[in-house]
Structures are given as C-alpha cells and as structure tokens.
Ligand binder design. Structure first.
Ligand SMILES: N[C@@H](CCC(=O)N[C@@H](CS)C(=O)NCC(=O)O)C(=O)O
Length: 316
C-alpha cells in the first residue's frame, strides 16, 4: 500500500509548501549566489592578488617548498591549478592541502589540520585577521610569512607557469607564451563568461530569463568551439595553452553534473564529436587523470548544493 496523507487537502499542501519553499529558496540562493536585479548570478571578485617573482628582494620570491595550494577536489577553479602544477612537474615544489565541504556550515574545512587551522576561514583570518569575505579555493599560501599570496585561479596558473621554471621538471612547457597571448586572452574571456562561469549562471539563475540568457550563450560558444576544433587539435592550434586548461575543468564536469544539476541540458559534451575528441586528448596527457575524481565531483555537487538538490540524492 502507498503512504498517503489523509488529513490535509492537496491544494493546501501545494500552495503552502510552494510559498514557504520559494521564500526559503530565494533566501538560501542569495546567500549562496548573489545576483543582480535581473536574477543573474554575479560571482564575487577575488581579494588576494599578490604576485610571486624570481627577484630575490621581492616579498614573495619563487622558492621550492615555500608555497602550498589549498584545493577542494570538486572545484573546477582549483582544478586548474592542480593541472598546471602537474603539467609543469611542480609536484615536489608546491605542496597541496585538501579541503572538504562542511555540509551544514556551508564552507570548507581542512582534511588535515594545517597551520593550526581546522577551517579555510581560519586560514584566511590568519592571513588577514578581520577578513569577512568569502573563503574560496584555490588559495596559494606562503608558509614563510603565513599569508595568502593569491586566491584567484586565473592568476595562480600564470604564476605557476611563469615563475617556478628553475625548479620545474617540465620547464620547457610554456602554457602562456608571448606569441600566443593574442589568441589565448580572447578565448579566456569568452570561455570564462559563457562557459566556466556560464554553467554557474545557468545553475544559480533565479529567474527564467536569466537562466535562458546564460544557457543560450553557453551553447552558442560550445558550438563555436566545436567548429574551431574541426581543424585544430587545441584552441590555439597544436599548442596546449592555459585557455585549454580553463576549458577542460568545466568540460570534464559537464555531462555528469552541469547537464542535469545546473540545467545545461541542450546537449551533452558527448554529443559534440570534436569536443569529445579534445576532452579525451587532454585527459590522456600524463597524470591528468590524477588531478580530479569524478565520483567525488558528483558527490560534492549533488550532496552539498542543497537549494539545487534538496533531497541530496546522488544520481547513478
Ligand atoms: N574566482 C575564483 C572563484 C573560486 C570559487 O568560486 N571557488 C568555490 C569552489 S568551486 C568556493 O570556494 N566557494 C566557496 C564560497 O564561495 O564560499 C577563482 O577562480 O579562483
């Protein structure tokens, strides 16, 4: 026999449930993902933007063993930094510390206590005592001065590519060469807005029109990239660049997470022959498969983004 609620009329349950849920949903969403007045997601900007340099007298000098990365394994922005660390062969130069989502606190906690901190917020506050902003990963941390050097992935990957060559196993690999910048930068801009952040603008939209605008923009650029890859191995021809790294970390999460959880549901990446080939190509580069974990990605997104998946059920 199926369980039925005998005492309350269905219409009452629907109207009351919908009213309360919508109010709570909007409250949770505006906390999780601030929006503009049209209901479009506005990603807050990063707060720590220092540079590392090879100059001996700079505050943050490039040194082996001095810096560490704090990353969450599900996070696509942190994933960029792990990929560049691996591709450049910096595993023995830059240490990695993992953080995990704290389901009920809505923030990151340390997998293992680090710098005497149990939470990422404590680490941010060690660097800047009155810090009240968002505590995001990735973080590039200086163990010597106990400060955050940088918490913006797009800048950290340039630092890792440029400044540690004297210690890198693959110093010859330049993912952001001067002669390709003119192609890389426009790709980065487009891919950030419409794809990397675009999937979040679909998933975190609070109105139908904000969602549709983000979703149409996303698939327009995916179609453009699909066409570009007909004659090119990577975005800028035969050379792998930072633009590819930035695209890869979104594409690898697309079919298992963004397609359904974020409603990026016009097509899957597997429906695009060139994008699928491209994804495989990058995935098969040395040790790239060690930089992410699809099961953890699925568990973290479906399990922790409560307003998008209140039942917490993780799809098979
Ligand atoms: N602009 C940042 C964004 C990083 C970001 O949003 N990270 C997410 C994880 S995927 C985070 O840590 N969010 C926690 C929060 O917003 O409180 C970057 O690219 O480094």
């Amino acid at each position: 026999m199926t369980k039925q609620n005998q005492s309350l009329p269905t219409s009452f349950l629907i109207v009351t449930g919908r009213f309360i849920w919508q109010k709570l949903w909007l409250l949770m969403m505006s906390n999780l993902a601030p929006t503009n007045d049209k209901g479009s997601y506005n990603r807050p900007s990063s707060q720590f933007c220092h540079q590392i340099s090879q100059e001996k007298d700079s505050i943050y000098t490039a040194e082996a063993g001095r810096y560490s990365l704090y990353v969450g394994i599900s996070c696509p922005w942190a994933h960029r930094t792990l990929m560049v660390r691996t591709l450049k062969g910096l595993e023995n130069v830059i240490e990695v510390n993992f953080v995990i989502p704290a389901v009920n606190q809505g923030g990151w906690i340390m997998e293992n206590t680090s710098e005497n901190c149990q939470t990422l917020r404590q680490l941010y506050q060690l660097s800047k005592p009155n810090y009240k902003g968002r505590c995001t990963v990735p973080v590039l941390w200086d163990k010597k001065t106990k400060t955050i050097v940088n918490n913006e992935s797009s800048e950290i990957i340039i630092l890792l590519n440029n400044e540690f060559n004297q210690f890198a196993k693959n110093a010859h690999l330049n993912l952001y060469s001067d002669d390709l910048k003119i192609e890389i930068d426009p790709w980065n801009e487009k891919i950030y807005h419409h794809i990397n952040n675009g999937v979040y603008r679909c998933g975190f939209a609070q109105t139908q029109s904000a969602y549709e605008e983000a979703c149409k923009g996303l698939f327009k650029i995916l179609d453009e990239i699909e066409a570009n890859l007909t004659n090119n191995r990577y975005l800028c021809g035969n050379n792998l660049t930072l633009a590819d790294i930035r695209l890869f970390t979104t594409l690898i999460r697309f079919d298992i997470v963004y397609y359904s959880l974020f409603k990026c549901s016009v097509k899957m990446i597997k429906d695009y022959p060139n994008l699928s080939r491209y994804l495989d190509d990058i995935n098969n580069l040395s040790y790239i498969k060690n930089t992410y974990d699809l099961n953890m990605i699925k568990k973290d997104y479906y399990g922790n983004l409560f307003p998008l998946n209140p039942s917490g059920i993780i799809p098979l």
